[in-house]
Ligand binder design. Structure first.
Ligand code: PLP
Length: 442
């Protein structure tokens, strides 16, 4: 493809993207109707020997890919957590690929290295993180773009492990290989994301999952209890992963209680705020982050809500996306978008609250509402299936204290109308279900 053709195809691609994003509401179901294995029969068995035409490739996007797409940007997508894109981030994405630099050292691309440092400082300041977290404070602080929150958590666990093992080695040298490692124990709540436990498994340390309280929050008393037990058994508590905004129910661990205990015990406190982190740019939500001053590390996912020193050396110029997005939106607009999402979640909560057949099962603080029909898990499982069956809207479910629960997340394309539509849809499915209870074992 020469520059002239790229210019033409580029415009066609942009048109395609605009048509796709702006028509999601009208012409597509949010969840596809395909069965597992749908795709292979639609493709040849081998890659083509000769180049194919752009027209053919684009046509196959409609024929092969689109029928199997879950439309995350649809107004009717309320599943998982939001995953965002914006036109500014798309533009930056083009530049990232066009420059194709791999920033593994300052010299490999000074602009990429330095922009990332400054952008992460911008975000840290927008969250009002303590100065120690910032690069321009002159200390060891600073942020970095990891591929995912899971990578970030793993990195912090490995760092904490290294720090503690170095200290133990200094205090009690010449032990049999593995003696120190065998004693290390990492803590997290029973609500933590699976990536936290996986990090501990990869780090080859013991994991202790602490019971959360009635609001699904990890508390200081529980931590004190396990620390005492573990120390009595000769173990060394070294790491705690606290979650702000859990995946199941958007619950917040009590870092104001946990932090001072970790500090006293020399435990590295990591905060996983993958979803909720973006909300801290709004002053009214910032109190949820109080206690971060006790933390050693903090992660959040810009791509989940905010539109956008690690294992791999090579890094993409992803800070360019942050730069474009932060500048072309501005913090005020970003705050407005977060506030609107939270307001829509409140409205949905209100709909559920007014309907006596339902109960709310989480404390709605940001953009996630957990709810269920008052009744058996079986009944709620049937409701979940009925709601998702036709692909008109898409939600996910979870289990909270062994209660099967539906999750309604405010996601990228949602509007007040689509939220109301979703509620009416869910409500009508509930009515249909409840009118034939015997069928569903209620
Ligand atoms: C989504 C989520 C993760 C995982 O994020 P990835 O970036 O996909 O690794 C981890 N923790 C919490 C609390 C999450 O919500």
């Amino acid at each position: 493809m020469d520059p002239k053709e790229f210019c033409i195809r580029g415009k066609q691609m942009v048109d395609y993207i605009i048509d796709y994003t702006e028509s999601l509401d009208k012409r597509r179901k949010v969840f596809p109707e395909v069965k597992p294995g749908y795709l292979r029969p639609l493709l040849p068995n081998y890659a083509p020997e000769e180049a194919e035409s752009f027209e053919d490739v684009i046509a196959d996007l409609e024929r092969v890919i689109m029928p199997g797409m879950t439309h995350w940007s649809s107004p009717h997508f309320h599943a998982y957590f939001p995953s965002t894109f914006s036109y500014p981030s798309l533009l930056a994405e083009m530049m990232i690929t066009a420059t194709s630099c791999i920033g593994f050292s300052w010299a490999s691309c000074p602009a990429a290295t330095e922009l990332e440092i400054v952008m992460l400082d911008w975000l840290g300041k927008a969250f009002q993180l303590p100065a120690e977290f910032l690069s321009d404070s002159g200390g060891d602080g600073g942020g970095i773009i990891q591929r995912t929150a899971s990578d970030a958590t793993l990195m912090t666990l490995l760092s904490a492990r290294h720090k503690t093992l170095t200290k133990l080695e200094r205090e009690q040298p010449n032990q049999v290989n593995g003696t120190h490692l065998n004693k290390l124990v990492a803590y997290m709540s029973d609500q933590a994301h699976s990536s936290a436990e996986r990090a501990a498994i990869i780090g080859a340390v013991r994991v202790r999952k602490l019971p959360s309280d009635e609001k699904f929050s990890m508390r200081g008393v529980e931590l004190e209890k396990v620390i005492a037990q573990d120390k009595a058994n000769g173990l060394v508590p070294f790491y705690l992963c606290a979650t702000l905004g859990t995946t199941s129910s958007c619950a917040f661990d009590n870092i104001l209680e946990l932090g001072p205990i970790c500090q006293r015990e020399g435990i590295w406190m990591h905060i996983d705020a993958a979803y909720a982190g973006s909300a801290f740019i709004c002053p009214e939500f910032r109190p949820l982050l109080n206690g971060v001053e006790f933390a050693d590390s903090f992660d959040f996912n810009a791509h989940k809500w905010m539109r956008h020193w690690q294992i791999p050396l090579g890094r993409k110029f992803n800070s360019l996306k942050l730069w474009f997005v932060l500048r072309l939106f501005g913090m005020k607009k970003m705050q407005e978008l977060i506030r609107l999402d939270v307001a829509m979640a409140r409205e949905f909560e209100e709909f559920v609250h007014k309907d006596e057949r339902f109960e709310i099962t989480n404390e709605v603080k940001l953009g996630l509402v957990c709810f269920r029909l008052k009744g058996s898990n079986e009944l709620n499982r049937h409701l979940f299936e009925a709601v998702n069956k036709e692909g008109k809207i898409h939600i996910t479910s979870t289990e909270l204290r062994s209660k099967y629960t539906l999750r309604f997340a405010i996601c990228m394309g949602n509007t007040r109308e689509s939220v109301r539509f979703a509620w009416e849809y869910i409500s009508s499915k509930a009515t249909a279900l409840l009118s034939s209870p015997s069928e569903y074992g209620n």
